[in-house]
Design a protein around this ligand. Structure first.
Ligand code: APR
Length: 247
């Protein structure tokens, strides 16, 4: 559990902070019942024994789009039943309190938006958006399950999840906004990410180099724990709401 002295330091930083950037990963949605990727209860292996690295790739989709869509339908069904938790709501409240605020999330579940966050980059995409493989038109699609194989409403060609897969680059705009926020913030909160998937795994270092006070909130130690300014161990839904009383 988070130590009182650590929370005290963080609350002081929140009082002084003028610009905040928050980076979140699967751990913040774990408290809503969405499986994380790695770890004992992780997503990997839960669906027909596949690992996400085997399905979330352009090659897998080219080889077998039906299989990949079946996996996304399973994830859509799972996520559709979940609600934001107190940590998502607390992050949305931070946005309201700090005029200079940006949220960078690796999560594709849309729970930050559902909690009211608006100043955010969903750098890995959103599971409720689809993109045409031919004309690249992006539209919202909340069908659960989605009809396999789904096609573009414009050109009738195959659509894919609007998600950044392994081996693909992040959108220029998301990268640009993320780096701009990280380099101009004086406080950076890293919540519920294992910190092993780049470029997000490098964001803590970017913020620190730019002079921000970097805080990690995670159930466990991560590869980033040793170089952040403060590492708080605890559940996101318990720790993050506590921060609101300090700012
Ligand atoms: N509160 C805080 N942290 C938690 C909680 C919780 N309740 N539950 C789990 N965690 C932490 C774990 O300790 C772990 O460090 O959340 C982290 C989840 O790590 P991953 O499963 O690796 O998820 P993430 O870091 O978001 O993965 C990054 O990898 O597979 C890709 O594209 C996918 O966006 C994903 C990216």
């Amino acid at each position: 559990m988070a130590r009182g002295s650590d929370l005290g330091i963080l609350k002081e930083k929140l009082t002084d902070a003028r610009a905040i950037t928050v980076l979140t990963g699967a751990g913040i949605s774990a408290d809503s019942g969405v499986p994380t990727f790695r770890g004992v209860d992780g997503l990997d292996g839960l669906w027909r024994n596949y690992r996400s690295e085997e399905l979330a790739t352009p090659e897998a989709f080219e080889r077998d789009p039906r299989l990949v869509w079946e996996w996304y339908n399973w994830r859509r069904e799972l996520i559709a039943t979940k609600q934001p938790n107190s940590a998502h709501y607390a992050v949305a409240e931070l946005e309201r309190r700090y005029p200079r605020f940006w949220l960078i999330t690796q999560n594709v579940d849309g729970l930050h938006r559902a909690a009211g966050s608006r100043k955010l980059s969903e750098i890995h995409g959103n599971i409720w958006m689809v993109r045409c493989t031919a004309c690249r038109r992006i539209v919202e699609n909340r069908d659960v399950p989605i009809q396999i194989l789904p096609t573009c409403t414009d050109c009738r060609r195959l659509v894919r999840p609007h998600i950044v897969w392994f081996g693909e680059s992040l959108a220029e705009e998301d990268l640009h906004r993320s780096y701009a926020a990280l380099q101009s913030s004086d406080l950076c909160l890293i919540i519920g990410t294992s910190g092993v998937v780049y470029p997000a795994a490098g964001f803590a270092a970017v913020a620190k180099k730019a002079g921000a006070f970097v805080v990690e909130i995670n159930l466990d130690k991560t590869p980033q724990s040793h170089f952040v300014d403060l590492s708080i161990q605890g559940r996101a839904k318990e720790v993050v709401p506590l921060l609101l009383s300090g700012c």
